[in-house]
Design a protein around this ligand. Structure first.
Ligand SMILES: NC(=O)C1=CN([C@@H]2O[C@H](COP(=O)(O)OP(=O)(O)OC[C@H]3O[C@@H](n4cnc5c(N)ncnc54)[C@H](O)[C@@H]3O)[C@@H](O)[C@H]2O)[C@@H](O)CC1
Ligand SMILES: Nc1ncnc2c1ncn2[C@@H]1O[C@H](COP(=O)(O)OP(=O)(O)O)[C@@H](O)[C@H]1O
Ligand SMILES: [K+]
Length: 503
């Protein structure tokens, strides 16, 4: 699913009006009708609704919705914030219609003094500002936002919580944004919904389809997309009858150290559950029996060191290499990484302490092999790329880094972001907080190595890997719950995840 900027959505809106064709007021009616359906489903009548409307088309949506709710056995009060002399033509038309019908209570608000009391069971509809917000909210509208936020009412934001910018909130007043329980976004998600610090404003968000024109949606380009099952499924390569293990590649996994052999086991097992033909696990000497016992399918390459990574086997036989899970950051490991970066000619996955070692030696950033994949979580990301005060800025830095170095840079977490060398950024919707547990990143590294070894290109391997990893975690959480979920459960549910993805 594409994510468009607020400006692009306005263009899509305008195209739909001309080419469907449909009048703008009828499009507003359609949009409000879809919100009305959602509300009747989630909060069946009778209920008390308090609707706060602003001067633009978001306010117009709120007014059209108010009329529908009043006709549907809801008790409705509408508060029209007198923010500016200008009011959008469609909002004005809806206001006039309400006045004529006279079926609901309509109040004009010019100050916070006319703010109604909001009760716990009230449904508050936030239609003050939508995607047309051009600067932080101020004046009495800000007081209204704060009063809504201080209440225990159920707050439903139309399109976007008022005060939240659709993309960049780095300069916003964070105390002037509605904290919604539900956000009903028209047709597409906003980029801001995918950033962790905005969860308190957005709450649970849903897409409300309003039939915008398919031609413009498919032709308009955007750097940002949310992955879908259909898209990821379309990337899968079919297996053929006469294929053999050589067809699916030989991967090298460099992982494990004294006290962290579990990382090597998890990544190896995940790799083998993701379709790799042959796996060699390079580990320090102490791990030999552990690996041979726990993962009999893996071949083992033994380091000269008992406890850490200091060397790697001859590389020509491998189709892809992954390095990092549980390797530690000792000086000898640094030297071995320098050599590996220089020598490796196949796609490389770089995770965990391998990222940290590179971050501590910025001169190494010039040596990063094109086509490699970095899989940092946010702390590792900050060490590698730099710090930022907010997620939008961090995402811009991530896209720049991927482009500048010609590599795929993943930022792990809820909505893992995958930035590709040509500038695009995919967000992964699968996964759950149960996966915030030791070793789940090692599992991801194993999966991506497996996909690279099978011949998937770097950014495709990152996309399929992230989606599949989260899907396995989601399927596992259905059976074991989020608290009890372990990294091993993610591996155990990879078979079901593959089956579900291919269905
Ligand atoms: N995208 C679509 O296809 C559709 C969009 N619709 C609605 O239209 C909305 C966008 O409408 P608009 O562009 O009119 O935008 P808004 O409804 O967000 O209102 C913008 C108006 O408020 C003013 N304004 C912006 N920031 C302000 C601030 N901080 N203080 C005071 N005034 C401020 C602007 O000058 C403008 O007049 C969407 O969010 C959605 O709710 C729907 O009507 C249906 C179709
Ligand atoms: N709240 C969450 N929602 C979705 N996925 C999550 C969540 N928390 C963690 N994950 C996923 O779990 C993995 C954790 O990786 P990482 O932090 O490297 O763990 P570790 O270092 O313990 O292996 C990442 O793939 C991340 O996307
Ligand atoms: K709103």
């Amino acid at each position: 699913m594409k994510i468009f900027t607020a400006k692009q959505v306005a263009e899509i809106d305008a195209y739909t009006i001309i080419n469907e064709p449909i009048s703008s007021i009828d499009l507003m009616e359609r949009a409000a009708g879809e919100i009305y359906k959602w509300i009747t489903d989630r909060f069946p009548a009778p209920q008390n609704c308090k609707i706060f409307v602003g001067p633009g088309n978001n306010g117009g949506d709120g007014l059209a919705l108010a009329r529908m709710l009043a006709g549907g056995n809801y008790s409705v009060e509408v508060f029209v914030l007198q923010i500016s002399d200008k009011i959008s033509a469609d909002a004005e038309a809806n206001l006039e219609c309400i006045r004529i019908l006279n079926t609901l209570d309509l109040y004009e608000m010019t100050s916070i003094d006319s703010m109604p009391w909001l009760f716990k069971d009230d449904i508050v509809i936030d239609a003050i500002f939508g995607s047309g917000l051009s600067r932080p909210i101020e004046g009495f509208a800000l007081d209204v936002v704060n009063a809504i936020n201080a209440s225990d009412a159920n707050v439903v934001a139309i399109d976007i919580p008022s005060g939240l910018m659709a993309e960049d909130n780095s300069k916003n007043n964070l105390r002037g944004i509605v904290r919604a329980d539900f956000t009903l976004s028209f047709q597409f998600p906003k980029l801001a919904f995918l950033f962790p610090e905005n969860e308190i404003y957005v709450g649970e968000w849903e897409i409300i389809s309003i039939g915008l024109h398919p031609d413009i949606i498919s032709s308009k380009t955007t750097a940002y997309k949310v992955l879908s099952k259909e898209f990821v499924k379309s990337l899968l390569m079919p297996r053929k009858k006469f294929d053999h293990k050589g067809t699916y590649g030989h991967g090298l996994l460099i992982s494990g150290s004294y006290g962290k052999m579990g990382a090597a086991i998890l990544a190896s097992r995940a790799s083998l559950r993701s379709g790799i033909g042959l796996l060699t696990s390079h580990i320090p000497r102490l791990g030999y029996q552990i690996m041979q016992t726990a993962v009999p399918e893996a071949m083992v390459s033994i380091d000269r060191s008992d406890i850490i990574f200091t060397e790697y086997p001859e590389l020509s036989q491998f189709k892809a290499v992954a390095i990092g899970p549980g390797i530690d950051k000792k000086q000898n490991s640094f030297r071995a990484i320098v050599n590996l970066l220089k020598e490796v000619k196949v796609p490389l996955v770089i995770d965990a302490d391998a990222i940290n070692i590179i971050s501590e030696h910025p001169e190494l950033k010039k040596e990063l092999p094109m086509g490699s994949i970095f899989t940092p979580h946010v702390r590792e990301f900050e060490r590698l790329v730099g710090k930022s005060g907010d997620s939008y800025t961090r995402n811009c830095m991530q896209r720049e880094f991927a482009k500048a170095h010609g590599l795929t840079l993943m930022l792990k977490g809820a909505y893992t972001a995958i930035c590709c060398p040509e500038g695009s950024c995919y967000f992964n919707p699968t996964g759950n907080p149960g996966m915030a547990t030791a070793g789940s990143g090692d599992v991801l590294t194993g999966i991506i190595l497996s996909l690279l070894s099978q011949g998937y290109s770097s950014h495709i391997a990152a996309i399929i890997g992230a989606y599949l990893h989260g899907l396995a975690g989601d399927l596992a959480s259905v059976d074991v719950g989020v608290e009890a979920l372990t990294a091993s459960d993610i591996i155990d549910y990879l078979p079901k995840a593959w089956l579900y993805l291919k269905k």
